[in-house]
Design a protein around this ligand. Sequence first.
Ligand SMILES: [Zn+2]
Length: 255
Amino acid sequence: MKRTCRIASWIFSINLFFLLAGSLHSAAASAKEDVAAAPIIVIDAGHTKSHPGALGVKGIYELEYNDNLVTKLVKPLADAGMKVILTKQPDQEISLEKRAEIANSNQANLFLSIHHDSAQPVYLEQTKFGNLAAYKTKQPIAGFSIFISGKNPQFKKSEEFAELLGEELLKLGRKPALHHAENIAGENRPLLNERLGIYQFDDLIVLKKTTVPAVLLEVGVIVDEADEKYVSDKDNQQRIVDAISNAIQRFNSTK
Ligand SMILES: [Zn+2]
């Protein structure tokens, strides 16, 4: 009897061991799945100090607008359950190829490059803002533009996100800028979707070197007085951040 009891208790212990080990294993597996399930979003602030991009109407380079908006994007995306990876810190120099490589090596679900726009020299005049040299448009050129590359292997998924992004920006009352489609030197970009401001720009390095869905957003035109005022307003920046975050969340939920 005693012996049977001991055997029974061994069997019970062994069962308990496997039961516990099994549940621990499945807990570890589901934690791992949760981490693995978090969409990986690579956000890229365009330009660096050595190539600061467009010079705006207030004498501030595009780089500053890009870094500022990207910094604001991190928390809402992380709060929405995404793993956010930035290609660079504000003071960091980085090549265009390296930006794409970061998205590729992390197997990102999405690469989004943030820029602020200018216009061709024919539409610009030199001006001053205080002591600073600046440029401004001779006529209003305003709004957002979205670019995708036909050389990106995930063109369709890139277009899908571009459409969601355009829709969310339209909801803010923003309009697409259509100047990149003009038949002048430096432009002539095929306009894929006029309503949503989506252009095809095959040879943008960060879009064609990425192997994951990739989109470049020109948030607004900083050489245009009214548009620069819009994008430099803190409340508007929050609205833009929310619009981008909504678009990414909608993209993550489509499979
Ligand atoms: Zn730029």
